[in-house]
Design a protein around this ligand. Sequence first.
Ligand code: ADP
Ligand code: MG
Length: 623
Amino acid sequence: MSTGKINVTTENLFPIIKKFLYSDHEIFLRELVSNAVDACTKLEHLSSIGEAKGELSELQVEIIADKEAKTLTIRDNGLGMTTDEVEKYINQVAFSGAEEFVKKYDDKEGAGIIGHFGLGFYSSFMVSDKVEIFSKSFKGGAGAHWECEGSPEFDLNEIEKETRGTDIVLHIAEDSLDFLEDGKISELLNKYCKFLPVSIKFGTKTEKPAAAEGEEAVEVVSDNIINNPSPAWTKSPSGLEDEDYKSFYRELYPMNFEDPLFHIHLNVDYPFNLTGILYFPKLKRNVELQKNKIQLYCNQVYVTDSVEGIVPDFLTLLHGVIDSPDIPLNVSRSYLQSDHNVKKISSHIGKKVADKLEELFKKDRAGYEAKWEDIKVIIEYGMITDEKFFKRSEKFALFQNVDGECATLNEYKEKIKALQTDKDGKLVVLYSSNKDAQYGYISEAKAKGYDVLLLDSPIVGHLLQKIESEGDNISFVRVDSDTVDNLIKKEGELTSILSDEEETKVKEFIESKVNKEAFTVQFEARDSDATPFIITQTEFMRRMKEMSATGGGGGMMFGEMPDSYNLVVNSNHSLVHKILNEADETTRGVLISQAYDLARLSQNLLIGEELTNFIKNSYEKMA
Ligand code: ADP
Ligand code: MG
């Protein structure tokens, strides 16, 4: 038996480890299980190159919790260690790793970096009073026993051990006893070890398969294997069917009952290593509540589900996995975001996603159009936030009109250019944010032969701003932002049949009856059969307010301003002449109020008490 002192320069490392990783104690299990898995795959490798002789038997890792003894054992039948190797790998290598880790992050913000790799074997002291190693090398010879009680002193001696491999025995500390609960262990194994490449056993499971007719069902007890050692992303895409991708999706998110829309299999080996599968999910209305996230793995070991910086922002709504040994895991988030390799990975993923969308669009346009409604938020968000993606999206971003017809922007420009170019040669795209609420305006535009897009996502203001600013002599106007003749200004204007004095007089009448704070009364010479009163809200004002509501952009200062509208009066309509010529003040008031209410009604602006009164008055007039 030998007793020694671990070579420490930092006075007592263990209390620091304990305190330091306070928030993330649970990673100890991931570290120990992945060491055990490493021991198995190393042995497999040695055997394959002829350095380990004989039958390997099935390689396996097992987790054993003993509540009475308060121990948690991580057992593997991998390559094992001799006493010399324990001295070298545990006392020197592992320790120097741990020491370096603590030094590096001693006075930095803890939480951001923790949970990522770097501490390894010694993380076991976060939950243990004492840790023991029992190991026997595949090379034979005596077994090794190492024991340490969370101080720099350790014991190392030779023992008899029959079976190859290593048992790491943790004597769980009083404040960490919940790590002995089956439920807790299962949860952690499921989170961190679900796709490790060697089978991992935790207890047994009992099943009762349906028996044949007339026979009694018999319980079958078998090993409970908690992982899938060869998940879909590690396989070659050519060997996988659509159904395989869907079933892997269900494996990743067992609580999600909706199939994904499509997947992207990533497979890069130069200039960095990256594999993975990304899914376009069917997004729920409330994206904030989205629970399923992209999971980041390192050689099949789960690391985190916060992938900011690693995938472009707009793709963080996707689901799936990314596995890369090249993403530095033991560093802080801000470092990650400035890392060169990570930037390359992010832009590669952005490009891959764009390629896939283009491919889907080209291969099966109808199928792609059918999915548009579900994917447009992600794509539009990408167009606004990612310059490269904006350029690429030209090939697959769709614009859908109120009748459900889809077109790319270039196709659409072609389609409308004959009728919707104004007198200055600018192409005017009309859109509606709500088919029902703006029905009247849409009908008037259509009657003129115009096309109207349906643009109803919350971020549309930002998107239009972006497209317009690309400077292609194009502008977007919502159908209700002006009267139909003014939406697209053409040569030649109708003249008013009201004289200036008559107009001033009618204006005074009207202003005395409407809310002047909210409505500016304007006159316009329109067709005599066009609506007499119409309410519009300028595109600029409304868009700025909308943009300010969804954040960012130049709309900030507009958010606080009250809504203001134009009440546009058609000076050529007979009703306006009736108002002008009506001598009785009460009758004139009724005419104005009724027309004003109708105009507000068609813009959803007549609400509450005023709406109730309007309905009541209308019935009274019928009686
Ligand atoms: P890392 O895994 O990054 O090398 P660790 O601190 O986790 O660092 O482990 C240190 C070393 O201890 C490993 O590199 C390995 O040589 C050895 N080791 C740890 N656990 C085992 C095990 N179960 N079987 C064999 N060797 C092990
Ligand atoms: Mg390790």
